[in-house]
Design a protein. Structure first.
Length: 139
């Protein structure tokens, strides 16, 4: 049980980090990219907020205490680098949720397994969008 709570708390810390990362990047993105990326980054936050809400509720339901410290991320004003950082974060997040959904299944928590898989659907959407945007951005 502690293993699962710790795993979900790790996910929660990364969700908080994602929220801060999208808010920060949307605030500091400059140049012509600002017109579209500013809004795009803000739009992603809703999903990450829902993920954080689910995780903190579930951690508490399991008898744990939801973490309040976010993970950290690289700050940059270079648009391509921003997108690469976000892509890396989304890809790592998908891998983490895959591992944790397997853990939940192994421990018999099918509801958590299914919900983490649903979250993977959202993260995969984020990953694909960022990948497409990166496609047209030069060095
Ligand atoms: Fe998320
Ligand atoms: Fe995401």
């Amino acid at each position: 049980m502690k293993e699962l709570i710790d795993a979900l708390n790790e996910d929660l810390a990364f969700e908080y980090s994602a929220i801060i990362q999208y808010i920060t990047y949307s605030a500091i993105v400059k140049g012509i990219s600002r017109l579209e990326l500013g809004e795009f980054f803000l739009k992603e936050i809703n999903d990450e907020l829902e993920h954080a809400k689910y995780l903190s509720n579930k951690i508490s339901a399991l008898g744990g205490t939801p973490i309040i410290e976010p993970k950290t991320f690289k700050i940059t004003e270079n648009v391509k680098e921003m997108l690469e950082e976000l892509l890396k974060a989304e890809e790592e997040t998908i891998e983490r949720y895959k591992r944790h959904s397997q853990l939940a299944e192994k421990l018999g928590y099918i509801d958590i397994k299914v919900q983490l898989e649903n979250i993977i659907l959202d993260e995969a959407k984020h990953r694909d969008e960022i990948k497409k945007i990166l496609h047209n951005i030069g060095g």
